[in-house]
Design a protein around this ligand. Structure first.
Ligand code: FAD
Length: 413
């Protein structure tokens, strides 16, 4: 049985950044990070890995080199939360006691929820998925080896991380096939469970223009439920016609899997809302029931798009709220839902979406970011990874708010 003033569950984007902030404040040995993985991945790079612009190694660092030196890294998994007793049970048999807890476990990928998908990912080279370390390296070879026919890109019927990623890879693949001279014998489809292409209108409208311009087919309200690799068939449930399914032949398919809150969290209903995600106050990030518990990132129920950039903005809020709570005050952090999505629409073009809880744009630069630009492509490909590794994971990045205010002469918009 061990006791720490602060326990952080998960050493991903949120956990690592928060641990760095609080190791500096509390000192050596006061912060424990529970994280089973050997490697830390900068997942936003996986769209670039899937399109051949980066390698998976460039997205990885050994966990011990990114976690703060002064934390205690417990290389195991959280298995059970007992929040009323301030206890977390770990897979290695240890029991942790905490004064304050930060839950930063990310979102769970549920590839097994689509019948035949795990097998298809193993056996069929034309089935790929950028969302998983085990499969992200299949995408670029599949794009290169595609000889024409039906190419399908899916979006599942659940909350997901980076809601832009399922379509970014489509625009990149289309450009590749165009250059390869096989575009005229290729039918590209975006089969999405959503009722719209992209939920924020300002950017969604621009993306729709691109879809029309490049003759991509949009099949909305369709959720992938089965893949039959032996017949090269993908079966979709029609969400607007009860009980109806549609079968598509595929020659290439990029799958975004269904996702959910982690099972360990779902099991502890005292911590979650009915959707299974950690229930926090969307402004302060404090748990709605247990004042010594806070949440950050993809595992929480904050109603914004789940991204690393949202996590960055949440870091500053969580820091303020947790410092207040540790001092016995009411948490004063106020998160506005800031999130961002660099929508790559080609090998050198990007629309940099940035918006808040209301879907109102909160753009950093003083020009219209819904226009595709090469400069924003370089922000995504070259600048953001540097900020991530060198500034954010060290606990020094709370999102671009300060830059935004400077560029907008002190105002937010
Ligand atoms: P994660 O970074 O996923 O970290 C969660 C950590 O918790 C992991 O290290 C995991 O091992 C650990 N964990 C899980 N279960 C347990 C347990 N039981 N006990 C202890 N630890 C546990 N975001 C952007 O901002 N821009 C983009 O362009 C972008 N593109 C993306 C493209 C792809 C293909 C993908 C997959 C993601 C993309 N994202 C993007 C989203 C971004 O990666 C996530 O939103 C971000 O990593 C969330 O941070 P997090 O800390 O909540 O979760």
């Amino acid at each position: 049985k061990k006791h720490y003033p602060l326990v952080v569950i998960g050493g991903g984007a949120g956990g690592c950044s928060v641990a760095a902030k609080f190791c500096r404040k509390l000192g050596k040995g006061k912060v424990a990070v529970v994280e089973p993985a050997e490697y830390h991945y900068y997942q936003p790079m996986w769209t670039l890995v899937g399109s051949g612009l980066k390698t998976v190694d460039q997205s990885a660092r050994a966990m011990e080199t990114v976690l703060p030196k002064h934390c205690e890294w417990l290389k195991t998994r959280a298995m059970e939360f007992i929040p009323e007793k301030n206890i977390v049970h770990l897979q290695n048999g240890d029991q942790l006691n905490y004064d304050f807890l930060v839950v930063a476990m990310g979102i769970q990928l549920n590839y097994d929820k689509v019948k035949g998908l795990l097998e298809a990912l193993k056996t069929d080279p034309s089935v790929c998925s950028n969302y998983w370390r085990e499969t992200v390296e299949k995408t670029y070879p599949a794009i290169k080896n595609f000889k024409g026919g039906n190419a399908i890109f899916t979006f599942p019927n659940t909350p997901i991380k980076c809601a832009g990623a399922p379509q970014k890879i489509m625009y990149l693949a289309e450009e590749h096939w165009n250059k390869a001279g096989i575009r005229d014998k290729t039918n590209i489809m975006f089969n999405s469970s959503l009722g719209v292409l992209y939920p924020v209108k300002k950017y969604g409208d621009r993306l729709l223009e691109i879809v029309k311009e490049r003759h991509l087919t949009l099949n909305l309200k369709r959720s992938l439920i089965e893949i039959r690799p032996n017949k090269k068939e993908a079966i979709f449930q029609k969400l607007d016609e009860e009980g109806k399914t549609e079968t598509y032949k595929y020659d290439f398919i990029h799958v975004t899997p269904p996702m959910s809150a982690p099972d360990v969290l779902i099991k502890c209903t005292n911590l979650t809302d009915p959707t299974g995600f950690l229930s926090v106050n969307k402004n302060t990030l404090q748990h709605t029931k247990y004042p010594n518990i806070f949440g950050i990132g993809d595992c929480t129920n904050v109603p914004t798009s789940k991204t690393t950039s949202a996590v960055a903005a949440q870091c500053g809020v969580l820091e303020k709220s947790l410092v207040d709570a540790m001092a016995g005050k009411i948490p004063g952090g106020k998160y506005d839902g800031y999130t961002s999505c660099p929508l790559l629409v080609g090998y050198s073009q990007c629309i940099l979406a940035e918006f808040d809880y209301e879907g109102q744009s909160l753009e950093t630069f003083p020009f219209d970011q819904s226009k595709r630009r090469r400069s924003m492509y370089h922000v995504k490909k070259d600048i953001l990874p540097k900020i991530y590794w060198n500034v954010m994971l060290k606990g020094h990045w709370n999102g671009p708010q300060t830059f935004r205010r400077i560029m907008h002469f002190g105002k937010d918009r």
